[in-house]
Design a protein around this ligand. Structure first.
Ligand SMILES: [Zn+2]
Length: 313
């Protein structure tokens, strides 16, 4: 079942565990998880927009009935993992304290997505494209009702679901969801399977450590935040890529190399064919922001302009 095809919709990945895929898994097209325990359904991440959230809710109803969704977990504060919460506002919604804080300080209101970036920029073209494929008609933010830090056990239908805060890494509030009995980890954006990860928050060393937490659980199946279902080798690849990037960026910081030059000289090696290779710019920027903030000198918009101008996929 770990070889579930990467096609849109619901796929069983282990007994009582499903993944909802949104191929090709690029910017904002994220996966959700569904877990049925007794007569309850747990939903992990609620999609980027209203229409996609409704589709996941309908799938959950097919699995367990109209009142089955008792619990939602948002793995982190990026909009593509919680903007659909309004469709699940009758459930308890759980996230890390840092993720809940991040949701309340949104950088971009999705209802004004098309206006992001200056006219003629790659950022504006990207924002328009996103505004054209996502549906925010009637959207309203619905925030977590429960927060946690560190390790946290959820009781569902008499079984245990283990949550683990692993941020700041990809974002400030990352968490993973472990279903021990099924050997499944829902990794959120700690895993972009077969595409280039992006480090918004860092430190990158924490992102590497988050990969190690997943590997220490030795899961049979890992559902990534984006991309097809993975085994532990997929996590190891991401870990290797990030270690390589961290090593390169640290060397550049020590040599006083300008940020853009550090990006242009980065060789991702065997991972160079992963989609969205230019995300490396933002990830290297995160290393600089941690070690030598005086060498960064770029706003979020400036950084995205470089990432998106080079983004062929
Ligand atoms: Zn995401």
């Amino acid at each position: 079942m770990a070889s579930a095809p990467f096609s849109r919709g619901l796929h069983e990945v282990a007994p009582s565990c499903w993944a909802w895929f949104e191929p090709p898994g690029s910017w904002g097209l994220s996966n959700s998880g569904l877990v049925r325990i007794g007569d309850e359904v747990l939903v992990i991440d609620t999609q980027n927009d209203v229409g996609r959230a409704r589709a996941v809710r309908a799938a959950a109803t097919d699995l367990g009935g109209p009142d089955a969704v008792t619990t939602v977990v948002n793995t982190h504060e990026d909009g593509d993992h919680w903007f659909g919460n309004m469709i699940f506002d009758d459930a308890r919604i759980v996230a890390t304290t840092a993720a809940a804080d991040g949701m309340r300080t949104l950088r971009v209101d999705p209802r004004r997505l098309a206006d992001v970036g200056d006219e003629g920029t790659a950022l504006r073209r990207w924002s328009r494209w996103r505004a054209s494929i996502y549906d925010y008609e009637g959207w309203r933010p619905v925030y977590p009702t429960e927060t946690f830090e560190g390790a946290h056990t959820l009781k569902l239908g008499g079984a245990a679901v283990e949550l683990r805060a692993v941020g700041p890494a990809h974002t400030g509030g990352d968490a993973i969801v472990h279903i021990p009995e099924a050997g499944v980890v829902y990794a959120g954006d700690i895993l972009f399977h077969r595409s280039t990860p992006i480090v918004w928050a860092g430190p990158v060393s924490n992102y590497v450590a988050a990969c190690d937490v997943i590997l220490s659980l030795d899961p049979a199946v890992i559902v990534p935040g984006h991309g097809p279902v993975a085994g532990t080798s997929g996590v190891r690849e991401t870990r290797n890529y990030l270690s390589r990037l961290l090593e390169h960026a640290t060397r550049c910081v020590e040599a006083g190399t300008p940020l853009e030059q550090a990006y242009r000289s980065f060789d991702p090696g065997e991972y160079r064919l992963w989609s969205h290779a230019s995300r490396a710019f933002q990830s290297i920027r995160a290393v600089y922001a941690e070690l030598r903030p005086d060498l960064v000198g770029l706003s979020w918009q400036d950084a995205m302009e470089i990432v998106l101008a080079d983004d062929a996929s």
